[in-house]
Design a protein around this ligand. Structure first.
Ligand SMILES: O=C(O)c1ccc[n+]([C@@H]2O[C@H](COP(=O)([O-])O)[C@@H](O)[C@H]2O)c1
Ligand SMILES: Cc1cc2nc[nH]c2cc1C
Length: 322
């Protein structure tokens, strides 16, 4: 897998040091500019092609009463995405993202993970490839998000499998479950782990048994982006959980990723800590759809604008540090 361009980072850092501000005073905006320099290979990175992808899938485990909403909302929200009426449509418009909607076999939910593998090998591979194939090679930044009623349950199971712990450590309220609902969800995650845990051989097998189509697709998109040196803004709990199986085996896989935000979903902060990612925002969001990533994309724009447009001390004839 390609690494960031250390030469471009060094040149961009030298530029940062000359801009008219106390050294380091733009804080994480400076880090973002250097991160983008590393993955674009340019001293002054552009953000001309921002792509957002929302993958959608349905989950057999939703029949177990693990969501506050019915599964038909998934296909209905995909309709809303196509009509431009969802939160992500508004947020993508305002951050200047081109939005790609990728529903995957919505008429065919995965199997309930507490009783069977979610997908066959072929189904999981198809979903991974759908994710990889949705990435626009011209993108200079990608954000990934999802829609799938019930998907915080497989996401919790993937986290537990990757980083240890059980349902109680990783299952949260999702779309707004009450306490008995969360207790059901904890039990379902633990059943899935008991059924599959010992058989899981590798990250692909974890995604196949415990994941879902939109989850595997996000993993495919994240890995494909790395191959193309496209940096990625990860959205919430489910988007981050998609890469957990691979990250547990190969921590460097998220080197081209930034965590857009820490969602209100209980396990997300813990998951980000395991991934070694410091979220850009804490907004108590828990929507999914790539919505937190679209908001964070505005920060990337701000970071790159300052990096590209500020005068140097010499240009502005401002005295440097003592
Ligand atoms: O992004 C998050 O952190 C997040 C947290 C909670 C819920 N969601 C969204 O809500 C759905 C999953 O919640 P649930 O309760 O149906 O498992 C799915 O469509 C996600 O996009 C998303
Ligand atoms: C309405 C609705 C919109 C969503 N977007 C992402 N997950 C969602 C879940 C629901 C219920």
């Amino acid at each position: 897998m390609p690494a960031a361009d250390a030469g471009a980072i060094a040149v961009a850092a030298a530029r940062q040091a000359q801009l008219t501000k106390p050294a380091g005073s733009l804080g994480r905006l400076e880090e973002i500019a250097l991160f983008m320099a590393g993955w674009s290979g340019r001293e002054i990175p552009a953000l001309d092609h921002l792509q957002g992808i929302v993958f959608a899938g349905n989950h057999g485990v939703a029949a177990k009463g693990v969501s506050a909403y019915p599964p038909e909302v998934t296909v209905q929200m995909v309709g809303n995405f196509h009509q431009g009426g969802a939160a992500i449509n508004a947020l993508a418009r305002t951050c200047g993202a081109h939005l790609t909607i990728v529903p995957i076999d919505l008429h065919r939910p995965t199997q309930d993970i507490s009783g069977a593998p979610a997908m066959s090998e072929e189904e999981c591979l198809t979903a991974l490839n759908a994710g990889a194939g949705a990435v626009d090679p011209r993108a200079d930044l990608l954000f990934v998000g999802e829609m799938g009623i019930g998907n915080t349950t497989p996401a919790a199971a993937l986290c537990a499998q990757a980083f240890g712990g059980g349902g109680a450590d990783w299952a949260g309220r999702g779309t707004g479950l009450d306490a008995p609902g969360v207790a059901r969800k904890v039990a379902v995650v633990d059943e899935a782990l008991a059924l599959h845990g010992a058989d899981i051989r590798d990250p692909f097998d974890a995604l196949r048994r415990l994941g879902g189509r939109e989850i595997a697709a996000m993993a495919g998109a994240i890995v494909a982006s790395r191959g193309m040196r496209i940096p990625v803004l990860l959205d919430g709990f489910i988007a981050c959980a998609s890469i957990a199986p691979i990250a547990a085996a190969e921590p460097d896989i998220t080197a081209h990723c930034m965590a857009a935000h820490c969602s209100a979903e209980g396990g997300h902060a813990r998951l980000l800590a395991h991934l070694g990612l410091a979220p850009l925002l804490h907004l108590a969001m828990r929507l999914g759809e790539g919505s937190g990533a679209a908001v964070a994309a505005q920060l990337v724009r701000s970071a790159l604008a300052a990096h590209a447009e500020m005068a140097t001390f010499a240009q502005a004839e401002v005295a440097g540090a003592l």
